[in-house]
Design a binder for this molecule. Structure first.
Ligand code: NYM
Ligand code: MG
Length: 253
């Protein structure tokens, strides 16, 4: 059973107000005016890059779609970077990587917090990039954190707590695929969690997490068809953020 089955209608994204420009007050000296124009633009215009997250089970096709989207946006002239979590290049990321490779054992709560810490250590860089106009397309984010840990029977609210205050994605693209079909795709890589029975539980956990910022795409379709759908959604989101949209935080009331 797929996530789409559980969906009724998805709500339109709330678009931030587009900033308006005020006319120059020519009565003031030139130097004063220039500084004010600069400050006003920074403050008023929330123009920025978009935070776009791809989520889904292992082998749902996130990584290849991400690289296709990257080329597409770059071809259109956008500043874009591809990110992924876990980011295995940091000290925390190396602990996570060793755990996933079954080279170390950790309590379920402890590894959950490490995954979260791995996002926190990137939070300020993420904000800087977005504010400077770079769109980030991210392979997995907090939703993976909650879905995989709660699939191990950790309390879902406990799992969400350390993620509160991270930047909220502008768009979450969920690549929806039945766990059985994902398992058929060339097999799993042998990391922890890459087992059909566990992936079924993860799929169920994802069902509890989606909200209006998610778009569900049928990832069983041919790669090109999935790509076509993603392109439209992404372009729409990138345009909205470029026109001005405030950054918001994840799971803050
Ligand atoms: N994973 C990923 C988690 O359990 N929690 C998290 O917060 C994140 C970001 O790590 N099976 C799991 C999901 C994957 C595994 O990710 C490695 P990838 O995308 O296969 O490298
Ligand atoms: Mg994987």
């Amino acid at each position: 059973m797929t996530l789409a089955y559980y969906l009724t209608a998805s709500k339109a994204l709330n678009f931030g107000a587009v900033a308006t420009r005020r006319s120059l007050n020519l009565k003031f000296p030139f130097k004063w005016s220039l500084r004010n124009i600069h400050m006003e633009n920074n403050h008023k215009s929330n123009s920025r890059g978009a935070l776009i997250v791809l989520e889904g089970l292992d082998r749902s096709g996130k990584t290849s779609q991400l690289s296709r989207l990257h080329s597409y946006l770059e071809g259109l002239g956008y500043l874009v970077e591809s990110w992924r979590f876990p980011d295995r290049n940091t000290g925390v990321g190396q602990m996570i990587s060793s755990y996933l490779a079954n080279k170390s054992q950790l309590d379920d709560h402890a590894i959950h917090l490490l995954f979260s810490a791995n996002r926190w250590e990137k939070r300020s860089l993420m904000e800087t990039k977005l504010r400077s106009g770079t769109t980030l397309i991210v392979d997995r984010y907090s939703f993976s954190g909650v879905a995989f840990s709660s699939a191990k029977s950790l309390d879902i609210e406990w799992c969400k707590a350390p993620e509160v205050g991270l930047l909220a994605p502008d768009l979450v693209l969920y690549l929806d695929i039945p766990p059985e079909k994902a398992a058929e795709r060339g097999g799993y890589g042998g990391e922890r969690y890459e087992q059909l029975e566990f992936q079924r539980k993860v799929a169920h956990s994802y069902q509890l997490l989606h909200d209006a910022s998610w778009k569900i795409v049928d990832a069983s379709l041919p790669v090109e068809d999935v790509e076509k759908q993603l392109r439209e959604m992404v372009l729409d989101c990138v345009t909205t953020c470029r026109n001005g949209k405030a950054l918001s935080q994840l799971w803050s009331s």
